[in-house]
Write a protein that binds this ligand. Structure first.
Ligand code: SAH
Ligand code: SF4
Ligand code: F3S
Length: 480
């Protein structure tokens, strides 16, 4: 999952992405400073998806208890952690390049500790220590509670590794230090891991088995956020529609639709978003729950990956094109034309023919996506596809098909923006527009960016904005 599409970094930037393989996985965050007078300083940089950004908040919380403040300056750090992503080869290359920069910094500061967390740590395990000699610490996504012990080992002059995956770790009791937040919108992890085994995907190997977090702890975290002034939560998981939690005594069962409802009921002033929905699992019950509550945003990230049924089968997505089209029709039937839908597409998957690629384009025409995150196929070691299928589409062909996918998708994104002109939108103000001090920026329910003169409105307010024009990637208007 990978969807930074809901984050502030994308405010005011083309929401209908122009670029291809440098979207989610290449996004990088440096955690901002906390200054509470702690003894040691942690510098943490996060790559990849929203789950990783959210995990860095958990890591910071664990290390805060251990006497670490965070710093934004690498030069001030006692401990540098890179929370890494393996989703495509390029994501790993980015981290390797960053490590070599950090290593030259370490040569000048021999006391500096360097650790690698996240998916690349899990994929490469202790091999990392052999390949990157200056790394002291390798910790997988389910082992963050062990960080204090591991750091003590490193302080004692050892190298330390913990990449054990867990069947039940959800960090449910750890209150994240909100590092990625503007004080208005927050991310709440509701599950971890993935059991789907899509043939191209490394996530099941790096994140382990799917498990759902205690529903009460999720609702409590959202309540706490509301009491701190937050106005929007995004419930996160690789496959939120397969959320299922049963209480220890077996008396209480909560599915995703029910969880959504519980969170929506906390306050009508709290917007609720979620990501990612798997087309095989999204139910009419979820769609009806979305329809029932105004504060559940009308936006669904529903990655198709391909428009061709044979390719979908090879990808082990477990749905075919007619199934996907039917789910889109259900969204339109239950939530209407205004509900935004976005996708991820992979171009040039093993043996994809030109005709099959054309079917991806025709699916884009069928759905008329509001947004898309599109990639060319990158073989990942150990996955089903790497073991069983030939990565046989030449890079130029992959890139050309990808560009066609992006172009087609942008055509529809622009049209979807254009149809919003002339209407009044309820917008949650998230801050100043990047373009001007005098303009504010926020999003409508459909996750489209809306920019308008600030008047008396403030961050965290809901305002009604009459949209008068569009740049094709944002809506422009005035408060009414
Ligand atoms: N759980 C989400 C996806 C998480 S990964 C889902 O099932 O939809 C985010 C996106 O990265 C995927 O949707 C896919 O489009 C892309 N991706 C994953 N593995 C890839 C690979 N090997 N090459 C190219 N893109 C890949
Ligand atoms: Fe990867 Fe598929 Fe799981 Fe998404 S659902 S994380 S693409 S294996
Ligand atoms: Fe996320 Fe990348 Fe891991 S997309 S789950 S950080 S492989």
């Amino acid at each position: 999952m990978s969807q930074p599409l809901l984050t502030l970094d994308f405010l005011d930037t083309p929401a209908a992405p122009a670029a291809a393989d440098h979207q989610p996985a290449q996004d990088v965050r440096v955690s901002p400073a906390t200054r509470t007078g702690r003894q040691r300083k942690l510098y943490i940089e996060s790559y990849g998806c929203q789950m990783n950004f959210s995990d860095s908040e958990i890591v910071s919380s664990i290390l805060f208890e251990e006497g670490f403040d965070t710093t934004e300056q690498l030069a001030d750090a006692d401990l540098v952690l890179l929370n890494t992503c393996s989703i495509r080869e390029k994501a790993e290359q980015t981290v390797r390049m960053r490590l070599s920069q950090i290593n030259s910094h370490k040569k000048r500061n021999p006391g500096l500790l360097v650790g690698v967390l996240g998916c690349m740590a899990e994929r490469l395990k202790s091999k990392f220590l052999e390949e990157e000699k200056l790394v002291d610490l390798v910790v997988g996504p389910d082992a963050y509670r062990d960080l204090p012990n591991l750091i003590r080992e490193v302080d004692g002059g050892q190298k330390a590794v913990n990449v054990l995956l867990s069947r039940d770790e959800t960090y449910a009791d750890i209150t994240p230090v909100r590092l990625n937040s503007n004080g208005i919108t927050a991310f709440v992890s509701i599950m971890r891991g993935c059991d789907n085994m899509c043939s191209f995907c490394v996530v099941p190997f790096t994140r382990g088995r799917e498990r759902s977090r205690d529903a009460h702890s999720i609702v409590q975290e959202c309540r706490d956020l509301v009491s701190q002034g937050y106005k929007e939560v995004t419930l996160l998981g690789q496959n939120v529609d397969s959320y299922k939690w049963t209480s220890e005594d077996g008396q209480e069962f909560v599915n995703f639709a029910q969880l959504l409802e519980r969170v929506a009921l906390i306050s009508p002033e709290l917007r609720v978003r979620f990501s990612t929905s798997h087309p095989k699992d999204i139910t009419d019950e979820v769609l009806h729950t979305m329809g029932k509550y105004e504060n559940i945003c009308k936006y669904i990230h529903l990655p198709a990956q391909s428009g061709n049924s044979r390719v979908l089968k090879l990808m082990n997505r477990t749905y075919d094109r007619p199934w996907y089209e039917e789910r889109v029709q259900a969204i339109r039937r239950i939530l209407g034309e205004d509900c935004a839908i976005s996708t991820d597409m992979i171009s040039g998957f093993c043996s994809e023919t030109e005709e099959e690629h054309q079917e991806t384009l025709s699916l884009i025409d069928f759905v008329q996506y509001d947004m898309g995150y599109n990639f060319f196929y990158s073989e990942r070691p150990g996955t089903l596809a790497a073991r069983k299928l030939a990565d046989d589409i030449p890079l130029e062909v992959k890139k050309r098909r990808l560009q066609e996918v992006i172009d087609r998708q942008q055509l529809h994104a622009r049209a979807r923006y254009a149809r919003m002109v002339g209407r009044v939108h309820r917008v949650l103000v998230e801050g100043r527009s990047k373009r001007s001090e005098e303009q504010l920026s926020g999003r409508n329910s459909q996750n489209q960016v809306v920019i308008f003169p600030k008047g008396t409105a403030q961050k965290g307010d809901y305002v009604n904005v009459l949209v008068t024009s569009t740049t094709g990637a944002a809506l422009l208007g005035d408060i009414v």
